[in-house]
Design a protein around this ligand. Sequence first.
Ligand SMILES: Cc1cc2nc3c(=O)[nH]c(=O)nc-3n(C[C@H](O)[C@H](O)[C@H](O)COP(=O)(O)OP(=O)(O)OC[C@H]3O[C@@H](n4cnc5c(N)ncnc54)[C@H](O)[C@@H]3O)c2cc1C
Ligand SMILES: N[C@H](Cc1c[nH]c2cc(Cl)ccc12)C(=O)O
Length: 516
Amino acid sequence: MLDRVVIVGGGTAGWMTASYLKAAFEDRVDITLVESGNISTVGVGEATFSDIRHFFEFLGLKEKDWMPACNATYKLAVRFEDWREPGHYFYHPFEQMRSVNGFPLTDWWLKQGPTSRFDKDCFVMASVIDAGLSPRHLDGALIDQPFDEGADEMQGLTMSEHQGKTQFPYAYQFEAALLAKYLTQYATDRGVKRIVDDVQDVRLDDRGWISGLRTAEHGELTGDLFIDCTGFRGLLLNKALEEPFISYQDTLPNDSAVALQVPMDMAKRGVLPCTTATAQDAGWIWTIPLMGRVGTGYVYAKDYLSPEEAERTLRAFVGPAAADVEANHIRMRIGRSRNSWSRNCVAVGLASGFVEPLESTGIFFIHHAIEQLVKYFPAQDWNPVRRDLYNRAVAHVMDGVREFLVLHYVAAKRTDTQYWRDTKTRKIPDSLAERLELWKAQLPDSETVFPYYHGLPPYSYMSVLLGMGGIEVAHSPALDLSDGAAAEREFAQIREKTERLVATLPKAYDYFARMR
Ligand SMILES: Cc1cc2nc3c(=O)[nH]c(=O)nc-3n(C[C@H](O)[C@H](O)[C@H](O)COP(=O)(O)OP(=O)(O)OC[C@H]3O[C@@H](n4cnc5c(N)ncnc54)[C@H](O)[C@@H]3O)c2cc1C
Ligand SMILES: N[C@H](Cc1c[nH]c2cc(Cl)ccc12)C(=O)O
């Protein structure tokens, strides 16, 4: 039996993997995690997809167990500011798109939208977020979305199985370092062995498979399956096994970030329940409100901006609250390993691949990789078919997300700096170029978006296209021959529901303060 797993790296990827494998296999696998006391984690992964609730569910954790320990808040959307023009904003929310007579409501909106704001007309969440509200009432009851939290048929589903069934109305924002600490406790309580040491050498056998890891103080660690969670270093997969890394930088040039963790009195400031991405001259700034601080950072391309200038701009953006806060400068490796599983090594997290944090996909990649690893977990025969299926699934997720992110830049109306002008002439993936031609005639649907599971539903593409405003899209001609009354009723229902929710939901801050 293959039952000895060694994980290298104690960041979000390492501890999420250790916790999940323990929850899946209990004592039938022996798990050791080795993490360096000298090499720090990236530790800025703060915003997630809504799907991450499947991860916590799998671990048997409820929000009240882990959220207060991680200073966590709810994220109802990504709010894009200034991507179209200064002062403009729109939301990409966690809310399923309604359909009327077989056409998405956004299609009707293009023909007869009540206002100029597609997000407010088509989703209730846009106004809920503007008002700084929680999607749960103070007694914990969830906003009445077409989603039944306790539905039996929804339990135990993986993310890809769940996609398209219903849309959970929120994701989370949290301190990544605190989540890693929380999961360290969770995993070690359940028998994961933790070693704090540096891996100095990776030993390969005659076939080139990993036979052991030489550590500074704990001798040689042996195992069957080695999981590389060493971050951008890719110590096992890319360095020792020499698995090539495919860069995405030709299409996604942002390769640098500078981050600040700004302590803040959130009772005074309030919590806007979303992640904000504010366009800048050479990239964009994220703002993530947590309980007790705001996480913020400037993501940029070093070909267009120096680290010093990026830090200056970020500090000016945040204001005096950041005066005493030390900046964390990060170089990002953008792209994916050709194969994330090679021989007896699987890379998870940044060692596997990463795209810039626009749309917060890093932790989603980790979660997806772990679900797939359990699905295709190897047996003693190391059947290569399972490995290949795993590699295909992981590559599809990252390639699909790459297309989705490139769309943001191509579709953004801004052209006021060289950086933004270049987004309109830079090479884009061929498949995306073809899709864009289709979307100009007909809004994206499941037939025309990236065809493999990559986490993002067609309505996400519609939201970005309509919000960014740089690509002209048209409504379906069939709507000109159709009665629009049902769509008008739907818009009216959304308005009524929005008014009811805004009048009854508590402030997001009050909800979390009560949870603590
Ligand atoms: C600027 C930025 C913003 C981001 N924002 C988000 C976001 O909002 N949402 C999101 O989902 N994701 C985000 N991410 C991604 C997210 O941070 C990562 O996916 C997540 O932190 C996982 O990192 P990791 O565990 O793979 O690597 P790391 O955090 O880099 O951890 C690597 C681990 O390996 C250990 N290690 C390395 N070498 C050795 C060695 N020789 N011996 C022993 N141990 C070793 C280190 O000590 C460390 O414990 C962001 C990333 C960046 C760069
Ligand atoms: N898998 C989905 C992905 C998804 C659906 N709506 C959104 C909105 C935003 Cl801002 C990010 C991702 C998604 C999920 O997480 O629900």
